[in-house]
Design a protein around this ligand. Structure first.
Ligand code: NAG
Ligand code: NAG
Ligand code: NAG
Length: 412
């Protein structure tokens, strides 16, 4: 047993020595890999495969490979294996190269490159969908997916689009489409999917299409799930007003994340003053002082805190809750003021009519001027007594017109 281990160590040791000796050489001829191929293994997913060059000097035994992706996005990496997986959109085609490399102490050797490519799928420019957006959400314990898009500008009226999503190894075609007036699919809804429940990982979406007139260009898009996962709004929001202090409580949204993973935003809106206050909170309750004579509406929304997942979307707002004085009381107050103002206005009109009816005074002259003054005064008193609030100012400005009154009298 010990002998075998020794032999093993010797073999390893001599290989290292051999390699070290090799590294002393000025030039090492490295040959490029052979049979480099790119295979599509799924939506936006490829497998790059190659073989070591059979003519390579067998003394060189610790070669690596450098993979360089050119299209759709430049990328570079090294690997010891003879295959590599890559997730990339494929509607613009895909091209990559690979070379044999050797790191030897401080020197570095490399072979020439071998390349391969996938042609872009056929299709006329401007026919693919544009502005594709998707949102995921937990609905009745399943992850739902909703995607919308716009029809390509050059897509004929008879175009039909089809949407597929892939998460991990699961691929599925949409079954529930929404259509535009030409009957073309423009949105898709998956009530249940196999997508990760905590919104982690990447989602691949593929929209292709067909038309009798021209080839429709497909579109691939990759989405980071945390960026498109919309959590549900907080649950069971309750509010209690004690004096002028408002106590608000709620529960975490339906989600696989624990309580401590949520941030909230509370929006308290003073309806009469048309003023809202937004407060960011990490707990599940909050209290503040409000003016209880004003009606307020309050609503809360949630998002997952960055300590649990990369930042994403806010939830929808919870259903609004109303607190404070009721609107109908304002309404009656308002009606009362309007009624008072109307009454004042009528009395004033009467007063002016009387003044203009001085013809009548002429016909029955024995009413002396001082008497009229007293009558005016009493009339204005009535208005001042009945009027209230804003309407008061208006009334006074009408009454305070004695100069004109005098003028009329003197002319007469
Ligand atoms: C490369 O591919 C050719 C043709 O498919 C095959 O004959 C050959 O054996 C392959 N070379 C290696 C090293 O696998
Ligand atoms: C579609 O997206 C482009 C840019 O990505 C934007 O300029 C345009 O306003 C969007 N169109 C609509 C209708 O949203
Ligand atoms: C659309 O893509 C799916 C999945 O890749 C494929 O099965 C289908 O044949 C394509 N349809 C068209 C019209 O290109």
């Amino acid at each position: 047993m010990i002998i075998m281990v020794l032999i093993f160590l010797f073999v390893i040791g001599s290989a290292v020595v051999l390699q070290a000796n090799l590294c002393l050489e000025k030039e090492i001829l490295l040959l490029p890999p052979v049979n480099f191929t790119i295979i599509v293994t799924g939506l936006s997913k490829v497998l790059l495969k190659w073989k070591p060059n059979p003519d390579q000097d067998p003394k060189i035994n610790s070669v690596k490979y450098k993979v360089r992706i050119h299209t759709p996005n430049e990328d570079d990496y090294e690997t010891q294996r003879t295959q590599s997986r890559s997730v990339n959109v494929l509607h613009q085609g895909f091209s990559a190269s690979v070379q044999t490399i050797l790191h030897c102490d401080s020197s570095f050797f490399q072979s020439s490159w071998v390349s391969a490519e996938l042609q872009a799928p056929p299709g006329a420019p401007g026919t693919s969908v544009v502005n594709l957006t998707c949102v995921t959400n937990i609905l009745r314990n399943d992850v739902s997916l909703h995607c919308t898009w716009l029809v390509g500008k050059k897509a004929p009226e008879d175009t039909q689009y089809f949407l597929f999503y892939r998460f991990d190894t699961h691929t599925e075609e949409c079954q529930e489409y929404k259509k535009d007036s030409w009957n073309r699919n423009i949105a898709c809804w998956f009530p249940e999917t196999m997508i990760n429940r905590q919104g982690r990982g990447q989602l691949a979406v593929h929209v292709n299409g067909s038309s009798k007139q021209i080839a429709i260009k497909p579109l691939d898009q990759l989405f980071d799930l945390h960026a498109i996962d919309q959590v549900n709004p907080p649950m069971n929001v309750t509010a209690k007003l004690e004096g002028n202090r408002l106590y608000i409580q709620w529960e975490k949204p339906v989600s696989d994340f624990p309580r401590q993973c949520f941030d909230y935003e509370v929006n308290i809106y003073n309806i009469r003053e048309d003023y809202s206050k937004i407060q960011k909170i990490q707990g599940h309750s909050f209290d503040l002082v409000i003016d209880p004579t004003c009606k307020h509406s309050l609503k809360i929304r949630a998002t997952v805190h960055f300590s649990c997942r990369k930042n994403g979307l806010w939830s929808e707002w919870s259903q609004p809750i109303y607190v404070g004085e009721d609107e109908p009381i304002h309404l009656t107050e308002w009606l009362l003021s309007v009624l008072m103002a109307t009454a004042c206005f009528l009395l004033l009109s009467l007063f002016f009519i009387c003044r203009n009816c001085q013809v009548w005074t002429k016909l029955f002259p024995p009413i002396p001027a001082p008497n009229r003054k007293v009558k005016d005064l009493s009339l204005s008193n009535v208005c001042e007594k009945t009027s209230s609030g804003e309407t008061e100012i208006e009334v006074i400005s009408y009454v305070e017109d004695p100069g004109l009154d005098h003028l009329d009298d003197s002319v007469f």
